[in-house]
Design a protein around this ligand. Structure first.
Ligand code: 5GP
Length: 177
């Protein structure tokens, strides 16, 4: 499971991992936030709050969290035989998964610097107030993230980060880590 702050590049690394490893299956989260301009339609299942809350009440999420005013959740999915589920979530979700699935591999993905993180958030259209909040929360998020992570990867380039994450997953599959 990949987790970490917004702007760390989780989505890009997750997409690359799935493209390179047919054994991985990327879980698609539900969210109540609006789709951003230019964001792919299948980035999330976009729903309104009452639809989300009904599914949550019915136990339909492995975990869910409220983040900056929007709800995000990982739907409970039937396991796909022979494939590992890749989750891409925030720190709150990671805590819940750590608890529910102690055997999960939790990889904390960090941006190489706050400046690069801010640039990535800006590039996808986040407003400055949102970016400032994200950066302010960054240090605390990193500290608590490190406390529950099995491994930490700094996302300098997509190729390097993807290779490191793939290596960690391979070690965990063979039981050497
Ligand atoms: P964004 O709105 O920028 O796409 O996502 C905001 C945050 O929510 C990111 O840190 C992202 O990883 C996290 N997120 C996305 N899907 C889920 C999910 O299913 N559960 C949780 N807990 N967080 C999620």
């Amino acid at each position: 499971m990949l987790f970490g702050p917004g702007g760390a590049g989780k989505g890009t690394v997750a997409a690359r991992l799935v493209a390179e490893d047919p054994r991985l299956w990327l879980s698609r989260s539900w969210t109540t936030r609006e789709r951003r301009p230019g964001e792919p339609e299948d980035a999330y299942v976009f729903v309104d709050r009452s639809t989300f809350e009904a599914r949550a009440a019915a136990g339909g999420f492995l975990e869910w969290a409220e983040f900056l005013g929007h709800l995000y959740g990982t739907p409970v999915a039937d396991p796909v035989p022979g494939r590992d589920v890749l989750l891409e979530i925030d720190l709150q979700g990671a805590r819940q998964v750590r608890h529910l699935r102690p055997d999960a591999t939790l990889i904390l993905l960090l941006p190489p610097s706050p400046a690069v993180q801010a640039e990535r958030l800006r590039a996808r259209g986040d407003d400055e107030a949102h970016i400032a909040r994200r950066l302010a929360e960054g240090a605390a998020e990193e500290r608590s993230g490190r406390a529950i992570a099995d491994a930490v990867v700094v996302n300098g380039t997509v190729a390097q980060a993807t290779a490191e994450v793939a290596g960690i997953l391979a070690d965990h599959r063979t039981g050497t880590a």
